[in-house]
Write a protein that binds this ligand. Structure first.
Ligand code: HEC
Length: 407
């Protein structure tokens, strides 16, 4: 019917679908609550801290916020946590599918660091955990009292991590890991700090004690960080579809500027929602940052072709290059794919290798065996609209080669 490689690619799609949906739910509800909180009408009589009227989907909603003590704990209280947990869990699964199982292609860059796959995976997993530990330590140190300095240090930590990832991983893995690093901090904030504190407060209220306001303050600090980190994380997660963003030596500087854009954009909306003005200057700064990013992305992306050709094959590439039928498949790819998937494409309108997929050298072709097989062997996704006239025997040559490699 179909084989494992096809099944696995569809699994990746299914998990990605799930991940995007859960992320929409998480970001949607958190943006909603931030805007709600900032915009509450606080000039009201009675015990509530503030209230707002809203209209949506044909009904009117009257929302009131209580800081610590509603008169009576309601029987049913809706919590918001699974949006965050599900986003992290599905994201972790996707990271494993794409960057661990597919690590030879997407994670490891032998020209930066000649790691074995297991070493790459270990660094990937450990870095995400350690990031949270450092961040949490910083927040719990005296710095918690100096939020601006803390934010600056957090920014420095993110830039250093981005630089560090770029020393060992491929450009796309660098961007994605920096996103995952940040998103792990955000979910861990919910799981380890915000939720437990909320449970303490609810428990106090149920038992007639007055909760310590420090819990609210701590949660507020963490959720402010989450607020400013959200937009950059989404950018970093999407960046792997845009080689211009990740396939340059300056990708870590690009990531740093993206974190700044996250602050300028959120600042605009936070101010607006608090009805505290209309800081349009933030858009000017955002635009300038974006222009700087575009300019940085034009730095040379790849090693020149001669250098890449001289590069010895890695063990992973060797496995495919040694398989029966490689010669024919190699010729097919050179004849039908390389005009677009090149360091300097010659196809009209294609200015850089689509999706960063290079198919020029023996190493390129061997390394991308599975992708070639999936896109141009078992499916007809490539070349687009068959513009280079692949014949059935061309596809057969690719299929034969890939299956001979025994996978
Ligand atoms: C006319 C230019 C052109 C030719 C020729 C071409 N491709 Fe592509 N390829 C593209 C474009 C454009 C994309 C990006 C598609 C997108 O953004 O969805 C792409 C994407 C890909 C991807 C990445 C798919 C993904 O989304 O992960 C692979 C793998 C690929 N091509 C392999 C091949 C192979 C193998 C051949 C030859 C049999 C080939 N391409 C021929 C233009 C081309």
């Amino acid at each position: 019917m179909f084989e494992f490689a096809v099944f696995w690619d569809w699994m990746a799609f299914a998990v990605r679908w799930l991940h995007v949906i859960t992320a929409i739910a998480w970001i949607g509800s958190s943006f909603y609550f931030i805007a709600l909180d900032l915009g509450l009408n606080r000039d009201i009589p009675g015990p509530a801290d503030g209230e707002e009227w809203q209209v949506h989907g044909g009904g009117f909603y009257h929302i009131q916020k209580y800081l610590v003590a509603p008169e009576r704990m309601p029987d049913h209280l809706t919590w918001f946590k699974w949006e965050s947990y599900a986003t992290w869990l599905s994201g972790a699964a996707l990271l494993m599918i794409v960057y661990w199982v597919g690590g030879e292609l997407y994670l490891i860059d032998a020209q930066k660091a000649d790691l074995a796959l297991w070493q790459g995976i270990l660094i990937s997993a450990a870095s995400l955990t350690i990031g949270w530990l450092i961040y949490d330590f910083l927040c719990k140190s005296g710095l918690g009292e100096r939020p601006t300095l803390l934010m600056v240090l957090l920014f420095v930590l993110l830039v250093v991590m981005g630089w560090g990832y770029n020393q060992i991983f491929t450009g796309r893995a660098m961007m994605l890991h920096l996103g995952a690093f940040t998103a792990t901090i955000m979910t861990a904030n919910v799981f380890f700090i915000i939720m437990p504190n909320q449970r303490i407060v609810v428990d106090d209220l149920k038992n007639g004690r007055t909760p310590d306001p420090k819990y609210g303050k701590i949660a507020k600090l963490r959720s402010t960080h989450n607020n400013y980190l959200t937009l950059p994380v989404v950018f970093l997660m999407l960046s792997n579809h845009y080689p211009l963003a990740f396939a340059t030596q300056y990708n870590w500087i690009i990531a740093a500027l993206v974190f700044l854009m996250g602050v300028t954009i959120r600042h605009y909306f936070n101010t607006r929602h608090a009805r505290a003005g209309d800081p349009t200057w933030t858009w000017l700064v955002t635009a300038l940052l974006f222009i700087a990013i575009m300019w940085l992305s034009t730095a040379p992306m790849y090693k020149p072709l001669e250098e890449a050709e001289a590069q010895p094959l890695t063990a992973f590439e060797q496995k495919y290059a040694a398989a029966d039928g490689f010669e024919q498949a190699h010729d097919v790819v050179l004849g039908r794919c390389s005009m677009c998937h090149a360091r300097e494409p010659v196809w009209d309108g294609i200015l850089w290798a689509p999706k960063g997929i290079l198919l020029e050298t023996q190493g390129d072709i061997a390394r991308n065996a599975k992708q070639i097989y999936l896109q141009a062997g078992v499916s007809h996704a490539m070349p687009p609209a068959n513009v280079t006239y692949m014949e059935p025997e061309d596809r057969a040559a690719i299929i034969r080669w890939f299956r001979n490699a025994g996978l």
